[in-house]
Design a protein around this ligand. Structure first.
Ligand SMILES: [Zn+2]
Length: 474
């Protein structure tokens, strides 16, 4: 057991889901060719004036509300000055003294509340692309609205850090604030990590970690860094305050720079943007999008629908899915059956659609019909899935499709006996195997009948007829 405690704080940058940039009307489109979504404002020409994007503010307020922050309704921007080739103005418009939100918290899966220190708005910088002998710069990202969410150092393990991130991501997606796609850089995470002796009151020297581009990267980088600092401290050496970069390929962190302090940025009020107060109606409008957060939904689903933890986790992982589930329950009150179908065949088919829920057109009524027919035995496992696959993107009436495709399950003994007879004659070996006690051989015969009926036979009935017929032969 380590005598050290790990102390972690996370700093998350998330791109707000707006159509245009935060201070100009350039598009935020991700895949545009380099330097096509730019204008004099976001490329830092002299004499231009920024205009604040109202949508960015509304989304940012939703986030503050979801993270239970106190909202400073006086909006006040400052300039954060530093030089970097991808920062054409030589400063970033940000919030320092008066962040939009303060003193909130986020509840993680274990129920622990991680305090949120601050939530503030800022603009993104551009992107440098380093080639062998030269570097290029793309300003498409310059001026994209970002929200920085800073936690208190309340996180105790790398696993808890990853859980915090995944809970945060889900909330941001639920309230429509961001798509949070880490691969596209829509959600980026830096971490502060330090170690202290369990009995110590003061925190140890913290190291800032950057370049962790996946949840796994966050977990691995923090795990590596905790072990590295522990070794340093055990040798009675000093941990230096520095910024380290995570290298996923090497599985190690390396020094990037020693830490700059806030005063290095020479913050001062942004003279081109007047401060203003957010009207109460504006906050109320944002409140409508922050009703039931994922963890609250989870608790309610378990209680109301008597589902188990792991089932609910899947269903609530996406707000569209959670809402679809509830709309199906409204027309067919068998939550357990619906949950089985959603987690099984439905999601499997959505995966085939590249997991794009926008392509799913099936109505709750139509989906409920298929589940009901399956449960009544009118469709079997195969034909029900087939019916679903035929209507999932069209919402064509399931009754019509079942009729047209002849999917109705054949359960009548008269209809099936003929097929059973043919199969026994054609497969004497498995038939005799079964009679000699190799019971599993019957499954092969059932499969053959299913094939002959093009999947429409009721397998239970087929098995019963087969068993009776073979035993009589004995
Ligand atoms: Zn622009």
């Amino acid at each position: 057991m380590s005598k050290f405690e790990t102390v972690i704080g996370l700093e998350v940058h998330v791109q707000l889901k707006t159509k245009t940039k935060i201070f100009c009307s350039c598009s935020t489109e991700f895949q545009s060719p380099p330097n096509t979504n730019i204008c004099p404002i976001c490329s830092g020409y002299p004499g231009v004036l920024p205009v604040f994007n109202q949508r960015a503010l509304e989304l940012a307020i939703r986030v503050c509300l979801a993270l239970r922050c106190r909202i400073n309704n006086r909006i006040y921007f400052e300039r954060k000055n530093y030089f970097y080739p991808d920062l054409p103005k030589g400063y970033q418009i940000s919030q320092y003294k008066m962040p939009l939100g303060e003193n909130g918290f986020l509840e993680v899966s274990s129920g622990k509340k991680i305090r949120i220190n601050r939530v503030h708005l800022e603009e993104d910088a551009g992107k440098s692309v380093h080639k062998n002998k030269y570097s290029l710069v793309d300003f498409n990202r310059t001026g994209i609205p970002l929200l920085e969410i800073v936690s208190e150092p309340d996180i105790a393990t790398p696993v808890e850090a990853a859980d915090y991130l995944s809970c945060l991501k889900m909330i941001l997606q639920y309230i429509g604030a961001s798509d949070c796609d880490m691969e596209k850089g829509l959600l980026r995470c830096d971490a502060n990590i330090s170690l202290k002796q369990t009995e110590d009151k003061v925190l140890g020297t913290r190291v800032e970690l950057k370049n962790m581009n996946t949840f796994k990267g966050v977990r691995d980088a923090l795990g590596y860094e905790a072990a590295r600092q522990e070794k340093v401290l055990e040798r009675r050496e000093k941990v230096y305050q520095e910024t380290r970069l995570w290298d996923g390929n090497k599985g190690a962190t390396a020094v990037m720079r020693t830490k700059e302090e806030a005063c290095d940025y020479r913050y001062f009020p942004e003279p081109d943007l007047l401060d203003f107060f957010v009207p109460q109606e504006f906050i109320e409008k944002a409140e409508m999008y922050v009703k039931e957060l994922p963890l609250e939904k989870k608790k309610r689903f378990i209680e109301e629908y008597k589902l188990i933890d792991s089932e609910v986790d899947v269903i609530i992982s996406n707000i569209w899915l959670a809402e679809f589930f509830e709309s199906v329950v409204k027309v067919y009150s068998k939550p357990k059956e619906i949950s089985n179908w959603i987690i099984g065949p439905f999601l499997e088919q959505v995966n085939n659609l590249a997991s794009d829920f926008n392509l799913v057109k099936i109505s709750a009524q139509n989906f409920a019909k298929i589940i009901k027919y399956f449960s009544q035995g009118k469709l079997n496992n195969i034909t029900a899935k087939r019916a679903l696959s035929l209507v999932i993107t069209t919402d064509e009436d399931a009754d019509e499709v079942i009729e047209k495709e002849g999917l109705r399950q054949v359960s009548g003994e008269d209809e099936l006996s003929g097929f059973v007879e043919e199969v026994i004659v054609a497969n004497p070996k498995p038939a005799s195997d079964y009679l000699e006690g190799k019971l599993s051989a019957i499954m092969f015969l059932v499969g053959q009948v299913m094939k002959k009926t093009r999947g429409k036979a009721n397998p239970k009935v087929v098995r019963t007829i087969l068993e009776r017929r073979l035993k009589n032969e004995k």
